[in-house]
Ligand binder design. Sequence first.
Ligand code: 13P
Length: 254
Amino acid sequence: MRKYIIAGNWKMNKTVAQSVELAKAVVEAAKGIKNTEVVIAPTFLATAKVADVVKGTNVKLAVQDVHFEDQGAFTGKVSVDMVKDLGVEYIILGHSEQRQYFGETDVSVNKKVKKTLAAGLKPIICIGETLAERQGGTLETVLRTQVTGAYAGLSEADALNTVIAYEPVWAIGTGVTASDEQAQDTQAFVRSTVKEIYGEKVSESITIQYGGSMKPDNAAGLLKQKDIDGGLIGGAALKADLFIAIVTAAEQSV
Ligand code: 13P
């Protein structure tokens, strides 16, 4: 049975004080949640303070990116060991905003995934197509390339510690969500790609989240789909009540 994971990607939102406040509200609201992994990803700046809030609770901590080098002259970057030291357990990698605006490639994602796994942390590997790619008929090629790129050189044991987030770029922050069927069909394809590489045991074990305008009113439909095992939430993760409504929908789908 795959574990549902609902992760809030706070992106570049909230001051440190606001992050602490939101984290406290999420911790409070998530107290009764038993079967769903609840994860929050504040900015790097707020990570240490939010770590204090989630310590000893059932809410897990993530960051939104990391650099693949250990240390040194890499202005503006943060290493895996630095975030591990704070109690971070998940690292979101390859987000489409990183790919689109900050030069992230499948090669850099792969390096970051390897560093994350070597440190014993779990990467949430984001993949997804643009509208032009979907309409132009290259959806499967794009996703297969992203998956094979991210997993290049990873062992089966490594792969078992990864999470995939399928986030169609056209659904992110737009209010347009993939339909239940579109998301299910695409995520089944993603799982079949993992199966081609690692076989059924791994492909059936990996949690594949959906991301892109997931909200309380569409979460239940999406989360009931066979190959949708959670969500990576942007906008709706910035309000504790909306976020927890999605967590509750996941809990009820288990
Ligand atoms: P929205 O939920 O705001 O569409 O963002 C999704 C996302 O990009 C999460 O990583």
